[in-house]
Design a protein around this ligand. Structure first.
Ligand code: SF4
Length: 309
């Protein structure tokens, strides 16, 4: 039997589903490789996580079966079979992306919220335990990227964070944490975590600003020394979006870094308007962000961002 894999998004971020598929078949002694048009395969697995990346459009005549999956194909109901999903990833398929100390995974799946711009409630449903950190930190890997959607909302998730602290692992919750859920107790726990780079929070609406500031105050009060990275969604309301970023800008000390992300819908066809691209450029270039107001930012010759307001 011969299995082939296609990472439709390109090889920019390790694809968890493909790594699990690789481990599953290799454990059974089956050959697994990246797809080429020159061999015949029993099954070709194509996985597409992102909606904004192009599809793999070449036809695949050299396979008995082609299986497509992933959010990028909008196949929200199609999950990996349990026997594959419970496998640990085979990191060797990404030798140039994953070093010997890194691991990726989820401790929980789902979310307690229902944000209108987010696919997680549709795709994953309600929040629930999924894996133990010791099932992810395998093979001596101690730099763990966790893609949980809302771990702080889960008692199980909080217990896993305590375990991460005890094990001394370095982690990054790369989908951001929910600042609305941070209590003084949770802040004290988060301060004890060894972060891979920095702690991340999301701030997608102005209503979250007071929670964000309270969270940052608590973290620094309890001794957090690193940067706070704030994912800021650029919505269609330019005034609200700018108000949010400016509130962070005026509250911020040098350790709070907003990172602006234009909203991309699930169709993958929506292009962000020019003001969002310019706002992201202004916000995400720290020397610009610190020195210039958005309304004074000149993105191109004879253009100034005040024109958008
Ligand atoms: S809190 Fe985050 S993961 Fe949950 S629905 Fe909202 S955007 Fe999605």
């Amino acid at each position: 039997m011969h299995i082939a894999l296609i990472d439709v998004d390109g090889h920019n971020f390790p694809n968890l589903a493909l790594m699990k598929i690789a481990r599953f078949y290799k454990t059974m002694g089956t050959s697994v490789s990246w797809y080429t048009p020159w061999e015949h395969y029993d099954i070709v697995y194509m996985s597409k996580v992102f909606t904004f990346t192009p599809d793999y459009l070449q036809c695949i005549p050299n396979a008995d079966l082609v299986e497509r999956g992933g959010t990028g194909y909008k196949l929200y109901d199609k999950n990996l079979p349990d026997e594959i999903d419970k496998m640990q990833p085979d990191y060797t398929i990404y030798p140039n992306l994953v070093d010997a100390k890194s691991a990726y995974g989820f401790l929980t799946r789902g979310c307690i919220r229902n944000c209108k711009w987010c696919i997680v409630p549709t795709k994953e449903g309600s929040l629930r335990p999924y894996m133990d950190i010791e099932e992810i930190a395998i093979e001596g890997r101690n730099k763990i990227t966790l893609m949980d959607n809302n771990i702080l909302a889960s008692e199980y998730g909080l217990m896993q964070i305590e375990k991460i602290i005890k094990l001394g692992l370095r982690v990054d919750f790369n989908q951001s944490l929910d600042c609305r859920l941070v209590t003084p107790e949770i802040a004290q726990t988060l301060v004890k975590v060894k972060w891979l780079k920095y702690i991340r929070f999301a701030c997608d609406t102005s209503a979250q600003l007071p929670y964000l500031f309270r969270t940052c105050d608590l973290l620094y009060k309890y001794g957090y020394k690193g940067d706070v990275y704030i994912n800021v969604l650029l919505t269609d309301d330019i005034k609200e979006t700018l108000h949010r970023i400016n509130a962070i800008r005026s509250y911020t000390d040098l350790k709070m870094s907003p990172f602006a992300q234009p909203y991309l819908d699930f169709t993958g066809k929506r292009q962000p308007p020019q003001w969002q691209k310019d706002m992201a450029r202004w916000c995400n270039r720290k020397e610009l962000f610190r020195s210039t107001e958005f309304v004074d930012f000149r993105p191109r010759k004879n253009e100034i961002c005040s024109q958008y307001l």
